[in-house]
Design a protein around this ligand. Structure first.
Ligand code: CTP
Length: 404
């Protein structure tokens, strides 16, 4: 279950061109199980219609401090009932009013009449974003504990390019998950590997595999949402989860070097990557030409990164492997769990439909030494990631207290 499930989120939309993106934010929050109460300022209504947002939120848009048929004091109702207030986009005017406690409309009144956490997602032109007054307002709000999802650099209204574009809906929803979810990995150093390695045959050809990296990225996103510091050692170029340090690699050897360098200080390592087991002994420096006939490519084994980590694992470190299997799933994964000295292995039947490589869904079995296997039925990769992280948190708790 998402950290947002069952949570009541007031989504404040102010008057900027990025207001249209609030509709996508609302849809994603609702999909994650949140109850979205939308509030639009008067200026926001110049940019998007109330009907669209009403249709995609959990209840009709509120716009007015007065004339509310359900309650004479809507701001206290919405402010007190909220688990989170999220303002996206937040204009310079909204930030100034909120900072000063200048409660002149329904949204600013609601922001003042709440004890719930607040996230603001500023969006404005670069000159405005860099103006000392805006910088000062943001600093003050941050000091008061308001969460700020910083704007990105990119194309702005009118064709200008610069800092100030509203963060992506994905980043905004991830921030809400971080604020509302359990922070049970705060300060924990996590390394996640993701994607399939590519081993060169010649200057243009590689030995590769079907791994998309999606499951590893989902594990990284979930660990970040729970407060971890995440390094993602990746062979693919999916959009990186906000806050992750991404180390791009291509081959098994590069992945090994990147991970081994960082492993001693890691509290958790999750090897979700599909590391090639064999690589060409020597890659041709140029392109192998057809007229020279069918080449014989001699292969040699790659180092088993995970087995190496298992052999030198510090006692406090939680080591997690994945097992891609097409036959005898649990028995084969069990052997890898023991042989590689792992605390957890996520067994993946990559031959089943909707499961494993390239799909957005997965079904896995979680195996730990001396514990019953736990089956996770077909679910979104993010939900599988949550189950994996929950188990890691359990393992860390049991090693820290010395019991299982
Ligand atoms: N792994 C690794 N280095 C390798 C091969 C695999 O670190 N050279 C890791 C993978 O990242 C995964 C786990 O070991 O977490 C199991 O990988 P998998 O391919 O399922 O198993 P193998 O040990 O390679 O055995 P086989 O391919 O024969 O099933």
């Amino acid at each position: 279950m998402s950290a947002l499930a069952g949570k009541r989120i007031v989504l404040g939309v102010t008057g900027g061109i990025a207001a249209y993106k609030a509709i996508e934010v609302s849809r994603r929050l609702v999909d994650a199980g949140a109850h979205v109460v939308p509030i639009m300022t008067e200026s926001a209504q110049h940019f998007i219609g109330t009907t669209t947002l009403s249709a995609l939120a959990s209840e009709p848009v509120q716009t007015d401090l007065w004339h509310n048929p359900s309650t004479p004091i809507p701001h206290t109702k919405f402010g007190q009932g909220a688990d989170l207030i999220l303002v996206a986009p937040a204009t310079a005017k909204l930030l100034a009013a909120y900072r000063m406690g200048y409660s002149h409309d329904l949204l600013t009144n609601t922001l003042i009449a709440t004890r719930a956490p607040v996230i603001v997602c500023p969006a404005m032109h670069t000159e405005m974003w860099e103006h000392p007054s805006v910088i000062d307002n943001i600093d003050t709000l941050r000091q008061r504990g308001v969460h700020v999802v910083e704007p990105e650099s990119g194309r702005l209204a009118g064709g200008d390019v610069g800092a100030g574009r509203l963060a992506s809906p994905e980043a905004i929803v991830a921030a809400a998950e971080r604020v509302l979810g359990p922070r049970d990995l705060t300060g924990v150093q996590v390394i996640v590997s993701a994607g399939g390695t590519r081993e060169p045959i010649d200057a243009v050809r590689v030995v590769a595999n079907r791994s998309s990296g999606k499951q590893g990225y989902a594990v990284a996103a979930e660990a970040l949402a729970r407060g971890a510091d995440v390094t993602l050692v990746s062979t693919v170029s999916l959009p990186a989860p906000v806050g992750a340090i991404v180390v791009p690699v291509e081959t098994a050897a590069e992945m090994q070097a990147a991970i081994e360098q960082r492993a001693p200080s890691a509290d958790v390592i999750v090897m979700a990557a599909a590391v090639a087991d064999f690589r060409p002994v020597a890659a041709a420096s140029g392109k192998i030409k057809k007229q020279d006939g069918v080449p014989e490519v001699l292969l040699e084994p790659t180092p088993d990164i995970l087995a190496g980590l298992g052999a030198t694992k510090p006692a406090r470190q939680v080591l997690v492997g994945f097992a891609a299997e097409t036959d005898d799933l649990v028995a084969n994964a069990q052997i890898k769990l023991t042989k590689k000295n792992l605390d957890l292995i996520v067994a993946n039947d990559v031959g089943a439909s909707q499961v494993g490589f390239a799909h957005d869904t997965n079904a896995v079995t979680l195996l730990r030494p001396d514990a019953e296997p736990v089956e996770i039925d077909l679910a979104a990769k993010r939900d599988v990631a949550r189950a994996v992280i929950n188990t890691i948190v359990e393992i860390r708790a049991s090693t820290q207290t010395g019991k299982d």
